[in-house]
Design a protein around this ligand. Structure first.
Ligand SMILES: NC(=O)c1ccc[n+]([C@@H]2O[C@H](COP(=O)([O-])OP(=O)(O)OC[C@H]3O[C@@H](n4cnc5c(N)ncnc54)[C@H](O)[C@@H]3O)[C@@H](O)[C@H]2O)c1
Length: 482
């Protein structure tokens, strides 16, 4: 791990250094560097990336000492799965035993992979107990919770890493590289549209994500990735947000338009499962069945709730405008019922335009059906004068376009110093979610929201150097917000 507290020393480094002196010395050096100790809270789907990495590729230097979950069935499953690797023997704890877990198992790091709105509680308690934290995105869901986290970091002096894996996806890192090169000059505006299709997009409306109090809605849960990308690509801080949002597709009215009688509770017991093209068979996938269906009896959580339910409280159609402290203006759109999945983004600079597009999947006829994977990646620079230049995209393998593997190497391995500064702490985590939280506030009030009015004491994170600006930063904002 590139440890931002103690520096990147691990067993492999010590063994390498000791190599010339023979095995005996290596063995004693090995013993002198204990493995890093991790506790994981929230052992659902996403936690497996971390526990799989710790007990797999990075097992020599890292171990899972404890796991904690509110669902005893998932706790037991995680303990069994991890122990079966032979690399770690974690102890399982209930959610109510979190502090006891830290006292007894003494982890150095707590990995937080619970539903989004619960992150702040575990982050703050872990920091207070003297641990550093690795948290999934979004860091949290509201400005108040973000403030709690910022205050706790200040109070304890401990460290947080927010795992923005999208920054590490090779073609997105390449976009950063081009922007850093100055080829398109100063970026004055950005146009960014993200499309979620009716398989992946619909899934947000089946799970806890469909409850805004739990996820912050897609503006926080999903767009945190996208706002973070723009903040990081530009090396700038957001200042002001305007937005519109609504739920137009995942409604009982759409169910009726599709010939159904209306919404039901869940797919498993749905009387219209033969007719509904959004039917999702939770029992058909052994992995999902073992993780969720078999453990419903403990907490009553259904992973396959009806996407047409009237009580869904998140939006599916969102448009946001953001002004940055550099004067750059962002125009962003997100929708969750599209015919293809992916995004396009364009940066308009003083010397030219950078366009980048990824089409992940096209044409999904029904939930659970095989989609045609497109994996189209296009990047090109169009100078203001001269010929356009098509760019061969950087590639990677593994989850999230190869981003997960690069990030895991930085967290658990020995990655070199990163000139793109892809590591994010609580400041990057906060700036990203505050755009979403501001958008959520705009949805209710119709008024613009100033980021500086949402939290106190937030300072800009460390950024990779960007080319010097040719154009002066515009006049300070003169927006009156009632
Ligand atoms: N970076 C990415 O690309 C990515 C991808 C997927 C998920 N995520 C994030 O990972 C996190 C987990 O998502 P997931 O898909 O694994 O969800 P999940 O529903 O599969 O797992 C969440 C787990 O938390 C447990 N939990 C619920 N309440 C709890 C409590 N009070 N205390 C302890 N545990 C509790 C649940 O029982 C469940 O096991 C979320 O924050 C999500 O946004 C990130």
């Amino acid at each position: 791990m590139t440890d931002h507290t103690t520096g990147p020393i691990d067993r492999r480094t010590v063994l390498k250094a000791a190599g010339a002196a023979g095995v005996m010395m290596a063995t004693s050096a090995f013993a002198a560097v204990p493995r890093k100790r991790y506790a994981v809270v929230g052992v659902g789907s996403r936690s497996r990336m971390y526990t799989g990495a710790i007990t797999g590729k990075y097992r020599d230097d890292n171990e899972v000492v404890a796991i904690c979950d509110s669902n005893p069935g998932r706790t037991a499953l995680a303990v069994r799965t991890i122990a079966a690797t032979g690399a770690s023997q974690p102890r399982g704890y209930k959610a109510s035993e979190f502090d006891q877990m830290i006292r007894e198992t003494k982890p150095q790091y707590v990995i937080v992979t619970t539903p989004d709105a619960l992150h702040d509680e575990y982050i703050v308690r872990a920091l207070e107990a003297g641990c550093d934290v690795i948290t999934e995105k979004p860091m949290t869901t509201t400005p108040e919770k973000a403030q709690r986290i910022l205050d706790a970091v200040r109070r304890t002096g401990r460290h947080i890493r927010v795992t923005f894996n999208y920054r590490y996806t090779p073609p997105r890192t390449q976009v950063k590289d081009i922007l850093m090169s100055g080829e398109i000059g100063d970026v004055l505006s950005v146009d960014f549209t993200w499309l979620l299709n009716t398989v992946h997009g619909a899934d947000y409306f089946r799970r806890w994500h469909s409850n805004k109090a739990m996820s912050g809605g897609l503006m926080v849960h999903k767009a945190t990735h996208h706002f973070d990308l723009v903040n990081w690509w530009l090396g700038a801080q957001p200042e002001l947000v305007h937005a519109f949002g609504s739920r137009q597709f995942y409604t009982p009215a759409t169910a009726k338009r599709m010939g159904l009688s209306g919404a039901h509770e869940r797919c498993l017991t749905c009387p219209e499962k033969q007719k509904c093209t959004f039917y999702f068979d939770l029992a058909a996938d052994p992995g999902l069945k073992a993780l969720y269906l078999d453990n419903e009896k403990y907490d009553g959580y259904y992973r396959d709730q009806c996407v047409w339910r009237p009580e869904i409280s998140i939006e599916d159609t969102m448009n946001v405008m953001v002004r940055y402290d550099t004067g750059t203006q962002l125009n962003y759109a997100l929708s969750a019922y599209d015919a293809w999945e992916g995004y396009y983004v364009a940066f308009n600079g003083t010397k030219g335009r950078l366009e980048h597009r990824i089409v992940e999947k096209v044409g999904a006829a029904g939930a659970g059906e095989v989609q045609s994977k497109s994996n189209l990646v296009e990047t090109r620079v169009i100078p203001l004068r001269g010929a356009p230049r098509d760019i061969t995209p950087w590639t990677g393998t593994g989850g999230h376009g190869g981003g997960d593997n690069v990030m895991l190497d930085e967290i658990f391995g020995t990655a070199p110093d990163d000139k793109y500064k892809r590591f994010s702490d609580e400041r990057g985590g906060a700036y990203s979610i505050l755009i979403g939280a501001a958008a959520n506030r705009c949805f209710e009030t119709g008024q613009p929201v100033r980021i500086a009015d949402l939290v106190n004491g937030l300072t800009p994170p460390e950024r990779a150097p960007m080319p010097g600006r040719d154009v002066p930063v515009p006049m300070p904002l003169r927006v009156k917000i009632p």
